[in-house]
Design a protein around this ligand. Sequence first.
Ligand code: AMP
Length: 358
Amino acid sequence: MKIGILGGGQLARMLALAGYPLGLDFVVLEPAKDACAAPLAVHLQADYDDPDALRLLAQQTDLVTYEFESVPASAVEQLGAELPVYPPASALATARDRNNEKTLFRELGIETAPFAEVHDLASLQQAVNSLGLPAILKTRTLGYDGKGQQVIRPGDDLAAAWDAIGAVPAILEGLVKFDREVSIIAVRSVSGELAFYPLAENRHQEGILHQSICLREDSHQPLAQDYARRVLERLDYVGVLAIEFFQVGEHLLANEMAPRVHNSGHWSIEGAETSQFENHLRAILDLPLGSASPVGHAAMLNLIGTLPDRQALLALENAHLHLYGKAPRPGRKIGHLTFRESSREKLGTRLAQANKLL
Ligand code: AMP
């Protein structure tokens, strides 16, 4: 069976790595020549909306999935007429637009930070009047890893903030004083089977995910699962879905969702009975889902910008190194490390050792 993937980055690479033991083959559509999934798949090198390449992809595969949410709607439409495309187009349309996703959360009774739509300087002024400052202005689309965002503090020039995000449709959000940032990875198969991974606690550096720790038996797990279930069922979702939350006391405020395998779930390769990558494939193929239960105490550290000494990283006990085959560049995710330990204390020690090397 052949799976098509729109996008040929590290997520596609790790999907392929998880899929080969299941007897699957992969074709990726990806414009970059040196795509890191290319060594593991047939590589169609073309733009995501190239109709000829999309036709070829549909001819060569049994179903299609994707590794990023800003897939052109026209590509999903063309492919969807030929073969199954998962997760569904409605999930893409929701997740690629911050206003749509926050509106969906609100409709489903899922708490969010207070927010308002912004489409010009006058509506920004109105949003500031109603939400107050400090607040954070975010582009509705194409924002990730803290890009397309501007914090506005009392006394700041609103016109400058509006220009800084490119004067494009946006939302203004109240700045949340959160206790922690957490995320849940949830899965739903074609026939509606569900699985939920334990929450991960996420720490960012300069807007980029740095560390995720799998939280075993966290008191917020039932609420996160309930929220994820509402989204999965409303969207008739198929595949892995990630939802990121701000935790404030007992509350979880949904910040954003990603209709794909997610960086905060990479720990699951070694730290769960079945990885998020394998379960995404099982879900879209309507195979029984694997257990999402944690194995030991696991955490993931991203390798960003430069590759530390590989010898030193692998000398750390219980270190599992995943390199994506990408050239180092500032701010670029080039790999990750996972640690799995028998206790939370040992995990803490290992993370401290590893962080010294990064
Ligand atoms: P995002 O692109 O929405 O995931 O935002 C990137 C990071 O900025 C988040 O992981 C938070 O650390 C921070 N952030 C985003 N929105 C807010 C908010 N409303 N309040 C406080 N921090 C935020």
